[in-house]
Design a protein around this ligand. Structure first.
Ligand SMILES: [Zn+2]
Length: 112
């Protein structure tokens, strides 16, 4: 199995918002800033969009401004997968508060 395939099946760990692990994160995986991707941002996060450029290829990316790990370089999805593909045991993190908000949103969306 290639490292990239392993990454795809890697679990995402939910950590508390003040977890020290977030400060140690090397990479923040961001989506490319396209109209289509921006349109998919759940309503509760629309006012919390930060804009930047991929640290490797310069592509315009966006992210949740209040949630981006402070010391991590922002990479577009493609560069992030290339970069992470070379590392031994990458750990994927997400903030528990964000995961909870997303679950709540998806639950409501299902009911409509
Ligand atoms: Zn890139």
């Amino acid at each position: 199995m290639s490292n990239k395939e392993k990454i795809i099946i890697t679990k995402i760990e939910e950590v508390s918002d003040d977890s020290a692990l977030l400060e140690q994160a090397d990479i923040s995986v961001c989506l490319e800033e396209t109209e289509e991707n921006i349109a998919r941002v759940p309503p509760m996060w629309r006012n919390d969009i930060g804009h930047g450029n991929c640290a490797m290829c310069g592509t315009k990316v966006f992210f949740r401004a209040s949630a981006a790990p402070p010391n991590a370089k922002k990479l577009c999805y493609h560069c992030a997968m290339d970069e992470i593909g070379d590392s031994e045991n990458p750990i994927f993190l997400t903030r528990k508060s964000g995961a909870d908000q997303l679950r709540e949103y998806l639950k409501k969306k299902d009911q409509n």
